[in-house]
Design a binder for this molecule. Structure first.
Ligand code: SAH
Length: 367
């Protein structure tokens, strides 16, 4: 399992057929293998009973069926699950399963760590390890599917909101979405895929041209001064440049561009911020997801009190800007936005977070 040779998961069905043909195998063998992998979630060639035994052995020697190992998994009190996966070279990445009544979303990582160093995000502290290969992104989805299958459910949506900046690993991200979309693979429509970016402007158009995925932009501030501090990438691509790229992003008419806005007490949560946000997004067919700051050890930033959050959302709603407040899922297991890569909570830490969640009460609207 830990070999990194020639992973089936790095290939679309057509590429796999061609690779098999080059090895002197019949092309339809590729389809058989893909049915086992994506249809039955079988990860061992030796179990593929409709292949002749010598062929199974040969494939076992020369191909791999993914190389992420599930190291641990944490389940939150709200049903969210964090999967900690180990790569063949020993790095750890995390994926998060978010069950909802009508959709099952998997949040995947695109890089080991992240290079952007956003000041409020735990993943940023890790720095960048390396880009994930397309097959390693697909592998996360297979692991998620495997876990969900136990309760008879399937993944319906994938969001690139885990570790890393997907647009800084764009080729592999696009490849992974194409592989997931393959009708002989998982058959997941790119329209059910959301890619989140902190604003790598030149790559936004490239993504939009390649695939009809949804884009969401991590905005988090309404002035360059504050955004420079929260998202250092803003020094290269300031707010005006970023919003210009959003205006040009090819979205189908019914899709709204969405903006993530982490609310941080005393930093970006004032009534003036709310009003400026309305102005900035004017004319953009936008919607805003407010994420009350998920606190984590080592960050001094705090979540605003519920009335501030409500007031901020209220100003946007009054200006007819669609807004949701994201009820953070899985923060008791450090699986919420911006908590990936933070050390797993000790028992004490867990208790503290659950308590403070209760104190927060039900003031936040659910997504
Ligand atoms: N690099 C991409 C993908 C990561 S998505 C991006 O920045 O969009 C993760 C989302 O969670 C981003 O919107 C990120 O800014 C946000 N986030 C990071 N740390 C957070 C925290 N501590 N609390 C709430 N949201 C956070």
């Amino acid at each position: 399992m830990s070999r990194n040779t020639n992973s089936v998961l790095d290939h679309t069905s057509e590429e796999l057929r061609q690779a098999f043909a080059r090895e002197g195998l019949e092309r339809f063998r590729a389809d058989q293998v893909l049915r086992w992998v994506y249809g039955q979630r079988v990860r061992d060639f030796r179990l593929m009973s409709d292949l002749a035994r010598p062929l199974r052995e040969r494939l076992y020697e020369t191909w791999s069926l993914g190389c992420l190992e599930r190291e641990s998994s944490f389940e939150s009190t709200d049903g969210t699950r964090k999967l900690v996966l180990r790569t063949h070279d020993g790095a750890k990445i995390e994926s998060v399963l978010i069950p909802e009544p009508r959709r099952q979303t998997l949040c995947v990582s695109s890089q080991v760590g992240c290079s952007l160093d956003c000041s409020f995000c735990a993943t940023g502290r890790l720095g960048l390890g390396r880009n994930l290969r397309a097959g390693e992104i697909v592998d996360q989805v297979l692991h998620g599917a495997e876990v969900l299958a136990r309760s008879g459910k399937e993944i319906t949506h994938v969001v690139f909101m885990g570790m890393g900046e997907p647009l800084l690993n764009l080729d592999n991200v696009i490849r992974s979405i194409r592989i997931l979309a393959d009708p002989r693979g998982m058959g997941l429509s790119p329209r059910r895929v959301t890619v989140s970016t902190a604003g790598v402007v030149p790559r936004m158009a490239e993504l939009g041209r390649a695939l009809p995925v949804r884009l969401t932009v991590s905005l988090h501030a309404t002035t360059d001064e504050v955004r420079n501090e929260l998202v250092p990438l803003n020094r290269r691509f300031p707010i005006a440049t970023l919003l210009e790229a959003c205006r040009r992003y090819p979205a189908s008419r019914r899709d709204r561009l969405s903006f993530e806005y982490t609310l941080i007490r005393g930093v970006n949560d004032s009534p003036d911020d709310a009003r400026r946000l309305v102005k900035l997004l004017h004319g953009l067919r936008a919607k805003v997801n407010l994420i009350p700051m998920n606190e984590h050890p080592g960050s001094a930033y705090r979540r605003p009190e519920a009335p501030q959050i409500e007031a901020f959302a209220g100003t946007l709603a009054a200006a007819r800007l669609p807004v949701t407040v994201r009820r953070s899922r899985g923060d008791d297991i450090f699986a919420a936005c911006g908590q990936l890569g933070a050390p797993a909570p000790s028992h004490e830490g867990q208790t503290r977070l659950i308590l403070s969640d209760k104190q927060k009460g039900n003031a936040l609207r659910h997504r």
